[in-house]
Design a protein around this ligand. Structure first.
Ligand SMILES: Cc1ncc(COP(=O)(O)O)c(C=O)c1O
Length: 380
């Protein structure tokens, strides 16, 4: 089933009742191999589960549908998806422009691992057209954008970046982890590939690590699917099943994440210990107009800076009781973290280093009053 609104597709796309039994939920196919009816006599094209698995295929179809793509692929982690993508799109001597505030793990993959194979890179402020143009080289194959970005929640104009990339013969990759396809669909705005850490909102319950790529370009989709199997960083059937199960509630979860985040932002703005609040839903946010144009809601991630610096930021992180001090994001439960010492520690000393007084919240779907009370006691 490919038609219908977002929530209908989240529940049904790729998820027809099982033809063998009528099971309404896609079965978890925990098998490595498939019986052949004579040599090469494959049933439904399945021969080995790295190459193909019906549970993972159902997730592929659902991901493609939700991101307005034609090909979805599920990986063992977000970084596994990124690695396969970058090694498909670039060769030794090629160049990548990435947002100056990309996720630390993405920066580490490019700067520490792929650079050893000759991949060149330039971090740039993607919201500044002059900085972006200055960063481009004749060898640039990829502009890598995360919007909203982790953890500074900067916003980039996807349609503009797509035009710059395509003028230069490069591809635009958008990491859509923070927004999810419920709030933003980059392929419809001109991006060539969408990346997800499905560990986050798509998984939504902090119980699975996974990644995804989606494209609407048939040729690129074929190349990625080839390398998905050839490089082997595929999602296992249990992990694929968990993400598929969670996609069904993505829309209702995102509505609640957005509503709770708006309450948290309102509270933080009025708090004397808080120097600034970073949230694309704020009219004062430099990317607000672009976010309002390309997103249908502003998401559940909120960052803020403390007037009294790093010590104060660390104290808040240690004092919350309902907001759990932990890395990751996008689950139903609220999390708090200190990016400088936790998720983005790998960017220390690099152009992607984050401010020491910054705290990042992943606002969950608990009762908003309880979340505000927890922040109030932690900031007191
Ligand atoms: C925006 C973003 N992209 C990619 C990743 C990497 O995903 P994973 O941890 O699933 O490998 C993360 C992880 O935090 C992330 O926040």
């Amino acid at each position: 089933m490919t038609g219908g609104g977002f929530n209908t597709r989240a529940i049904h796309a790729g998820q027809e009742p099982d033809p063998a039994t009528g099971a309404v939920i896609v079965p978890m196919h925990l098998t490595t191999t498939y019986k052949q009816d004579g040599v090469g006599g494959l049933r439904g094209g399945y021969e080995y589960s790295r190459s193909g698995n019906p549970t993972r295929d159902a997730l592929h179809a659902a991901l493609a549908s939700l991101e307005d793509g034609t090909r979805g692929l599920a990986f063992a982690s977000g970084l596994a998806a990124e690695d396969t993508l970058l090694r498909t799109l670039s060769r030794s001597g090629d160049h990548v422009v990435l947002g100056g505030d990309a996720y630390g793990g993405t920066f580490r993959l490019i700067s520490r691992v792929l650079s050893q194979w000759g991949l060149e890179y330039t971090p740039a402020d993607l919201s500044d057209p002059d900085a972006l143009r200055a960063a481009m080289r004749p060898t640039t194959r990829v502009i890598w954008c995360e919007t909203p970005s982790n953890p500074l929640l900067n916003v980039s104009d996807i349609a503009f970046l797509a035009s710059i990339a395509h003028e230069a013969g490069a591809r635009l990759v958008v990491d859509n982890t923070f927004a999810s396809p419920y709030l933003q669909r980059p392929l419809s705005l001109g991006a060539d590939v969408v990346v997800h850490s499905t560990t986050k909102y798509l998984g939504g319950h902090s119980d699975v690590v996974g990644g995804a790529l989606v494209t609407a370009d048939a040729g690129l989709g074929e190349e990625l699917a080839y390398n998905h199997n050839a490089m082997g960083a595929v999602a296992g059937p249990f992990d694929a099943w968990l993400v598929l199960r969670s996609l069904k509630t993505l829309g209702v979860r995102m509505d609640r994440h957005c509503a709770n985040a708006a309450r948290v932002v309102e509270f933080l703005l009025d708090h004397p210990a808080v120097a600034s609040v970073l949230y694309p839903g704020l009219p004062s946010h430099p990317g607000h107009d672009v976010a309002a144009r390309q997103m249908s809601g502003f998401g559940g991630m909120v960052s803020f800076r403390l007037r009294d610096g790093e010590e104060a930021a660390l104290k808040v992180c240690e004092r919350t009781q309902l907001f759990t001090l932990a890395e990751s994001l996008g689950g139903v439960e609220s999390l708090i973290e200190h990016p400088g010492r936790m998720t983005h520690a790998s960017a220390a000393g690099s152009p992607l280093e984050v401010p020491a007084d910054l705290v990042r919240l992943s606002v969950g779907i608990e009762d908003a009053g309880d979340l505000l009370a927890d922040l109030e006691q932690a900031l007191a």
